[in-house]
Design a binder for this molecule. Structure first.
Ligand code: ZN
Length: 71
């Protein structure tokens, strides 16, 4: 079948793994020409988004968490 198609990786070399791409673009949505973005961390400032957990927001950088207030 497949004979010697891939040369054996040299020892000491780690197989290259693709890094997951930044998903920051998922934090932005454009609705009616307006940019809707998710909340930034009040401690880390703009650029650091808060993760949206069930009913609360969480910052993965400074571990700040905020509870969503329901109306
Ligand atoms: Zn933070």
């Amino acid at each position: 079948m497949a004979k010697g198609k891939k040369s054996k990786a040299k020892e000491g070399k780690k197989p290259h793994k693709n890094k997951p791409t930044s998903k920051k673009y998922t934090k932005y949505k454009i609705v009616d020409g307006k940019i809707i973005r998710e909340k930034f961390c009040p401690r880390c400032g703009p650029g650091v988004f808060l993760m949206n957990a069930t009913g609360r927001l969480y910052c993965g950088k400074c571990h700040y968490s905020e509870f969503e207030t329901k109306k």
